[in-house]
Ligand binder design. Sequence first.
Ligand code: SF4
Length: 467
Amino acid sequence: MSSSIAAFVNKEISLVTLKKNALINAALIYLNSYSVGMSNLGMHTVYNILNSRADTLCERVFFEKKRRQPQSVENRRNLRSFDLLAFSISYELDYLNFFKLMRRIFPEDDLRKRPLMPLVIAGGIVNSVNYQPLSKFCDCIFMGEAEESLPQFMDALSCFENINTKEKKKNFLEKAASINGIFIPGVSDKQKVRSVFIREVDKYPTSSKILTPFTEFSNTFVIEISRGCPWRCNFCVTGAVYRKFRPRSFEVIKKQIDNGLRYTNKIGLMGAAITEHPDIDKIIDYLLRKKALISVSSLRIESAGETLLKALAMSGQKTITFAPEAGSDSLRFSLNKKITNKQILEKINLSKKCGIKKIKLYFMIGLPHETDADIQAIVQLSIDASMILPIKLNVGIFVPKPKTIFAGHVFAGKKRFLAKFKFLRRNFSSSGNIILNLAGIAEAKLEWLFSQADEDFFSNYLENKAL
Ligand code: SF4
């Protein structure tokens, strides 16, 4: 473990109790840095599920570029000494780190035919979008939300005290294949692979389990107040994968706020559509009465109200993030984002009135049916917005993803993106109130290729690339 991770861990406040000895030893692996991994509530959730079991000890592992022999954070153990390697994968580009890490763990082995143990399992949103890319390299893939399937999987595993023969492993995997939301390569029927979702979200409150200064939400107790999204933007994986909007009840959120305030006065609210929560005003009011400092990740523009914006400004949040995605109303409406430029500018004005100092705007280029006029509209909207508040402009590249309504669209070519980027750079070069940040074209192309990959893709890809 690098000295920087050791320094991070020294500053952590953990709400999870670790056992000294356990029947099952699991390594929970995030394929990115400590700060990205610890900003991910899914990572906290799995860590807590596993460590809450009487029979399991779970330790964390983060991807460290320079470490040739990866180790767990808690006890600095070699990863081969675990029973279970559980990979949490949020982004397609993290597949590359998956293979780099696997190569370091199993330096001598064909990654498709590893030793019987440790078991290799994977979960995270990318697997729910497409379970195929890692299916030849994992024993098991979790599809959808793991709050119910993971404990069932662990129950099955604990029945098999020792998986030391091929026969025992086969028996275990056949048993695991009967659990909903679990795909066992070579055993499960591909026609019947389905993601699973929790119906009663109140049964599974989700919040930070470790507080640390070194994340997106520094020393903040983050609470997921809802799952899913009521909007179905045509390009969006979150809306497509987590589907139905499921707000948690005010009572459950209140209890979590009270718990979080035992450790910190900073409370973060998380969810794809927090402003759609039916009790959002009550939640904000409760937080203000408790004198909590409030933060949120991003806001859906049309429903960002005065109460919330004022509370955020009073809590010291200087920047608000909005995602218009497209510059013109017509292109934005075609994405199923039904908000006009006039409404966006009104919200930026309201944000300023409430005390917000900066706006982050997210746009995408390469969208279906996009014209040059739509790119010009990004420029105009950003200039208009920058007359109100300083703007940080992030321009991403549209990557058509499986399961979304835009799944069938093609990824636009490099030449087209370069021309559009050139146009944007030229138009913003003299604008002091706008900071322009453009996405990487090569990365977006890889993201597209990986998201569409079939089960043979990485076998072929790895033969041609040195990791
Ligand atoms: S882009 Fe945001 S609002 Fe639209 S479906 Fe996705 S999460 Fe929901």
